[in-house]
Design a protein around this ligand. Structure first.
Ligand code: GDP
Ligand code: MG
Length: 240
């Protein structure tokens, strides 16, 4: 029987049947204590991703799959997952094995020790790429970081890593003003926390990023356009 849940890991998925089972098994190894729940928020994937997760849930009550039946998309799915999470600390990672699960326990430890938000970063010491990353993707990522700095004054080294932990209390402070569209919820939460008069403690911590082995990326030009629009919408709300 699982004890009290302290950490919640939310994993958004769309067509990740060949990755999600492997990832859950690996996460169970790096979080053996039973105080960490895994919530997969699936976009009604036609490939049966949810069935794979449900086969774990039958044996392990700390693993569950919920379907995103609201606004479609990555960010709304993560919000849905966070809303149903029991933990005091909320983590988010991709379901495609690109975020190295071995980095995640440190994010939770840092949050528990002192931080309101811990951002996985490939560009701090100890972080990086397990293999050479596609140069086009690297360019998109570098450009996004540059635009986030210019438009929103965000000085993160890696604002688009998509892998992070936030303290539920801090998340709840900004939950109701969030307008999550598209892909980059981590950036929105970070911006919203910075944009209040409270002094949240936030840091970047090393993240290793792997290349995708199975399935396909869902990043499209439509998604990139949505992200750019989000940055400019947020800019209008910038106070600090
Ligand atoms: N729930 C949900 N998950 C999504 C959606 N789009 C992508 N994902 C998942 O979000 C994660 C990151 O997406 P991915 O396509 O790998 O983006 P990339 O890493 O930027 O190429 C993966 O786990 C995807 O399965 C969506 O619309 N809804
Ligand atoms: Mg990916």
């Amino acid at each position: 029987m699982a004890g009290k849940i302290k950490n919640s890991i939310v994993i958004p998925t769309f067509n990740e049947k060949d990755n999600i089972g492997k990832l859950i098994e690996k996460l169970k190894k790096v979080f053996p204590e039973g105080d960490t729940e895994i919530i997969v928020v699936d976009e009604n994937s036609p490939d049966g991703t949810a069935d794979v997760v449900n086969s774990f849930s039958e044996k392990d009550k700390t693993v569950r799959c919920i379907l995103n039946d609201g606004i479609p998309g990555l960010s709304p799915s993560i919000v849905k997952g966070f809303d149903s999470a029991e933990g005091e600390f909320l983590g988010c990672m991709d379901g495609d094995m690109q975020h190295d699960e071995k980095c995640i326990p440190d994010f939770f430890k840092l949050a528990e020790k002192e931080y309101d938000m811990v951002i996985g970063s490939r560009y701090v010491k100890g972080g990086g790429f397990a293999q050479k990353w596609n140069p086009v993707r690297k360019l998109i990522s570098d450009m996004s970081a540059f635009v986030a700095r210019i438009v929103l004054g965000i000085n993160l080294k890696d604002p688009t890593s998509g892998c992070f932990v936030v303290r539920k209390k801090a998340y709840n402070d900004v939950r109701n003003v969030m307008n999550p569209t598209g892909f980059k919820i981590m950036l929105e939460i970070y911006f919203r926390l910075k944009n209040t008069c409270k002094d949240y403690k936030m840091t970047e911590a090393p993240l290793i990023f792997r290349n995708r082995e199975a399935g396909e990326s869902k990043l499209s030009s439509k998604v990139i356009f949505q992200c750019a629009k989000m940055l400019f919408d947020l800019r209008k709300q910038k106070k600090y």
